[in-house]
Design a protein around this ligand. Structure first.
Ligand SMILES: [Zn+2]
Length: 120
């Protein structure tokens, strides 16, 4: 198993700050579903395990948005509107992270996998 690395991330205004541990990130994913294509975010290619994730600040600043069959909880910052991560009722607290929120991570250096969410 590869060494875990700690990453720190925040929304744009800084109300929401969090950190998580995972294998070094060298890949992201993008999805073509109705919400992801509007957000345009490069997301983590994995869900962070709840015990590897911690809020530093701003859990109360999260606003939750759901649509369709409601199987995903989409979060955004009440102040700046940025999407930091999402989870779902089947896996609460297990987040797929918006890699654009992560400090010291060059999105252009990542391999990007496509998720065909529009077909789900
Ligand atoms: Zn914010």
């Amino acid at each position: 198993m590869s060494q875990l690395k700690k990453y720190r991330a925040s929304c744009h205004c800084g109300e929401i700050q969090f950190e998580f541990e995972c294998a070094p990130i060298n890949q992201g994913c993008r999805c073509n579903c109705s919400i992801c294509r509007r957000k345009g975010a490069t997301m983590s290619d994995f869900y962070v395990e709840p015990e590897k994730f911690s809020f530093l600040k701003g859990k109360e600043s999260l606003q939750r948005y759901q649509f369709g069959d409601h199987d995903v909880y989409h979060y955004f910052c009440k102040t700046c509107g940025i999407y930091p991560f999402h989870d779902g009722p089947a896996f609460p607290g297990k987040y797929r992270v918006n890699l654009g929120c992560v400090e010291d991570l060059n999105l252009d250096s990542l391999e990007t996998r496509k998720i065909d969410g529009a077909s789900f």
